[in-house]
Design a protein around this ligand. Structure first.
Ligand code: ADP
Ligand code: MG
Length: 349
């Protein structure tokens, strides 16, 4: 579907990224602010030319520095949705939607219906909310019949209620329109909600790609503020209605998560912030924390602020962030046996 190798240098900042995704759904490129996400998506769209590399989408060569191929933005047929909608202010919604030279008018009715913007067609962009603007921008991109939709933090300027609303539209797009999405974000919530395939970028380089199957099925992601997060794909076993607790199975056993309602699907994706994980050398008794995992330390990684990331194996990978003082006091070492504690209220689902 998408297969790229990109090099770009801005002097002190270098992008050197290689990744591919077969997903017909949503491929998420995640990484902290300044890690090179916008630079990468701009190179794919054709807004920025790589110094070196190649870009294939659906087996079409869009760029190849060796073969001297560099398709124009129009030839690439990528629909691009920016952070801020970018509609033409002097045109109403209908004219904005049909603006593209190659736009497919026959799709108008169906698209506006699916995006819930039928009632806005005669409205001017100045009279639209942030979420409505983004839905129009998505509609306009779809009418150009793109090969792929590129989205760069499309929810960044919306309040949390509008975010949720737009997320549910975006989530359905690949299936409804048969178009894959390449989605850039640094929000853990958006990663959890949307990603069929996850690519993780740090300092212009790809750190990891996908949530690996098998023993080490979790993936560390540093969010915008540098927070380290472990992600698990679990399978729901039961939901306790009285106390609102989901019990889900993963490679490390059973995990309990607080939730108002049972999840929509059997597959549940859960994230745990490293700073929410406590380490104990003994199995704690009479303690309120419900998630207690037995495991072994894989390695310790010192990070800034006198703290340490303790990467552990509990059947899956789980990372704890503790103070260096505690790591020394407990004499933590690779291969050491430990218990990892996570409160049900700290689970992000
Ligand atoms: P992200 O989207 O992940 O926040 P960007 O791709 O926007 O990151 O930027 C990554 C780095 O590249 C930043 O340090 C930024 O200052 C630098 N950068 C981006 N575009 C340019 C440019 N045109 N000239 C020089 N430096 C740039
Ligand atoms: Mg950016």
């Amino acid at each position: 579907m998408i297969d790229v190798k990109l090099k770009k240098s801005f002097g002190s900042f270098n992008v050197n990224a290689e990744f591919s995704s077969d997903s017909m759904g949503i491929t998420v490129l995640a990484g902290p602010s300044g890690s090179g996400k916008t630079t990468i998506i701009n190179m794919i769209s054709g807004l920025l030319t790589p110094d070196e590399g190649r870009i294939f989408i659906k087996d079409r060569i869009l760029f190849d520095s060796e073969k001297k191929i560099n398709c124009s933005v129009e030839q690439r047929r990528c629909g691009y949705i920016f952070q801020d909608g970018r509609l033409f202010p002097h045109m109403n919604v209908r004219r904005n939607l049909l603006y593209g030279r190659h736009s497919d008018h026959s799709m108008l009715k169906e698209s506006v219906k699916l995006l819930g913007i039928e009632h806005l067609l005669e409205r001017m962009p100045g009279k639209l909310s942030g979420g409505e603007k983004q839905r129009v921008a998505i509609g306009r991109a779809l009418l150009m019949r793109p090969q792929i939709l590129l989205m760069d933090e499309p929810l960044a300027s919306l309040d949390s209620e509008r975010k949720e609303e737009l997320l549910s539209y975006i989530d359905r797009l690949p299936e409804q329109f048969g178009i894959p999405i390449f989605y850039v974000t640094h929000s853990i919530h958006e990663i959890l909600r949307l990603s069929d395939k996850l690519i993780h970028v740090e300092k212009g380089r790809i750190e990891s790609s996908g949530i690996p199957e098998g023993e080490h099925n979790s993936l560390g992601i540093s969010e915008g503020n540098g927070e380290y997060i472990s992600v698990f794909d679990c399978r729901m076993k039961s939901f306790d209605n009285e106390f609102g607790v989901i019990s889900a199975e993963f490679h490390g056993g059973i995990i309990r998560i607080l939730a108002n309602t049972p999840p929509y699907e059997q597959e549940v994706r859960v994230a745990i912030k490293a700073s929410d994980v406590t380490i104990s050398l003994d199995k704690p008794q009479n303690i309120s924390t419900t998630n207690i995992f037995k495991g072994r330390i894989r390695n310790l990684e010192e990070i800034s602020g006198h703290s340490v990331l303790v990467h552990c194996d509990i059947g899956a990978s789980l990372t704890a962030q503790i103070s260096k003082a505690s790591a020394v006091r407990l004499r933590l070492k690779p291969r050491g046996k430990i218990y990892l504690l996570v409160k049900v209220v700290s689970m992000i689902c």
